[in-house]
Design a protein. Structure first.
Length: 315
């Protein structure tokens, strides 16, 4: 499909509004919507065991205070953090043993002198730091900067028709292609109106409306300490297909359906008296098969205009 036909069928982003927030207000913004949590996967740091509280405290243990910030000049975060402390020496399974963990805001651990890796995650954002505990002297408070923000995704059909949440989903990918040419999947099946907390950077968003061909792609930038709201516009509509004996009549059962594009490609099939599907804007042909007879009708999908497409038995 060439660039012109893509442009004719899809519009990428009609609005991507950045809300520049102070660190304190940034936390408030992250509380205002439902959020997707989950520890970020770090190399060799993904074998998290159940919450162990603080580590065992021998007489030589030192108190270590940890805090995390969204940005370098931001305030300490008070909630939503997951802390993990690992030994730097791999275990028999080749993974770093988890020594201690904590949830919430700032954390305090009792650690013996030695080396450790400390990981903090905030949703899908994370940071890791190597930590050395001296045998004497003060242990400074350790500050980890997440360099993280968030995105909140929504979509409309046509100019301003809000798409039902049950018909809409988003996948978040890395912006850079891997060696095999594919993008790395960061998070799948993200519902609308949900904050995804991510490290700062550019992400490739795929929005799917329905399950046929209404797909929009856009690159969205996440900035540290900011919440980015993106409203994506689909050029698509919901179509209801009916085989009827008279205009406005009841749908006839035992009907098999195929929907073809203007070029003759099949984009959807169904065995239902009254199939409902979302189609991208364009021209299509509906083909109905009932009792070994075939009926068909050309129709056009206009963005944001849900319609019934009826085929008469007399056609």
């Amino acid at each position: 499909m060439n660039g012109h036909s893509l442009a004719a069928r899809f519009v990428l982003v009609v609005a991507a509004m950045l809300f520049v927030l102070s660190p304190a207000r940034g936390e408030d913004a992250f509380k205002a919507f439902k959020q997707l949590d989950g520890s970020v996967k770090m190399p060799k740091l993904n074998a998290f065991s159940p919450n162990l509280g603080t580590a065992i405290q021998p007489s030589s243990a030192r108190n270590v205070s940890l805090e995390a910030r969204l940005t370098g000049d931001g305030e300490a975060m008070q909630q939503g953090l997951s802390w993990r402390v690992f030994s730097p020496i791999p275990g028999a399974d080749g993974k770093l043993p988890l020594l201690a963990s904590a949830e919430g805001g700032s954390a305090d651990f009792q650690l013996s002198p030695g080396d450790y890796f400390v990981n903090v995650s905030f949703g899908r954002a994370g940071a890791t730091k190597k930590l050395t505990i001296p045998s004497d002297g003060d242990v400074e408070k350790q500050v980890l900067v997440l360099d993280a923000g968030g995105i909140l995704l929504n979509a409309v059909s046509g100019p301003d028709t809000r798409i039902p949440a049950k018909d809409l989903k988003f996948d978040v990918y890395s912006s850079e292609a891997q060696a095999d040419g594919e993008r790395g999947l960061v998070l799948a099946d993200v519902p609308p109106d949900t904050i995804v907390r991510l490290n700062a950077g550019t992400y490739h968003i795929v929005s799917e409306y329905g399950a046929v061909n209404a797909v929009v792609r856009a690159d969205i930038k996440v900035e540290a300490g900011k919440l980015t709201e993106a409203m994506i516009q689909h050029r698509a509509s919901q179509i209801n297909l009916k085989l009827v004996s008279e205009p406005g009549g009841e749908a006839i059962a035992d009907t098999a359906w195929s929907v073809l594009t203007g070029s003759g490609d099949i984009v959807a099939e169904s065995v239902s008296a009254f199939p409902v599907m979302v189609l991208a804007e364009g021209t299509y042909t509906a083909v109905a098969r009932n009792k070994e007879k075939i009926y068909q009708k050309d129709f056009t999908v206009d963005a944001g205009r849900n319609e019934d497409v009826e085929i008469l038995l007399t056609q």
